[in-house]
Design a protein around this ligand. Structure first.
Ligand code: ZN
Length: 100
């Protein structure tokens, strides 16, 4: 089983709070810089949708943390590279199955 570093959970929670704050700023019609988000599915994807999708992914990783499901590719179930997870603990896909 993947040896998840408890520090990753902190990173996840921090990132989740960051993205939630961005979403509420956006809903308040404030200027929000989305440069730190994963690339949009479509260049014209609505910023609110992008933020919600991203927040959702972080949430799923937080819920999966500490279970067998955490750190596995959502498509093939293969364990992800712990070095990649250390950089981005919200990863849910292996390099062969990038999210679409
Ligand atoms: Zn995979």
């Amino acid at each position: 089983m993947l040896n998840a570093d408890p520090a990753w959970k902190k990173q996840l929670l921090k990132k989740g709070a960051e993205v939630a704050a961005m979403l509420s700023a956006l809903l308040d019609k404030k200027e929000v810089n989305l440069a730190s988000l994963p690339p949009p599915k479509d260049p014209k994807e609505d910023p609110e949708l992008r933020l919600r999708r991203w927040l959702d992914a972080i949430d799923r990783a937080i819920k999966a943390f500490g279970t067998e499901e955490y750190g596995r590719c959502a498509v093939c179930g293969e364990e992800l590279d712990p070095r990649a997870l250390a950089d981005a603990p919200w990863l849910m896909n292996c390099t062969k199955h990038p999210p679409v």
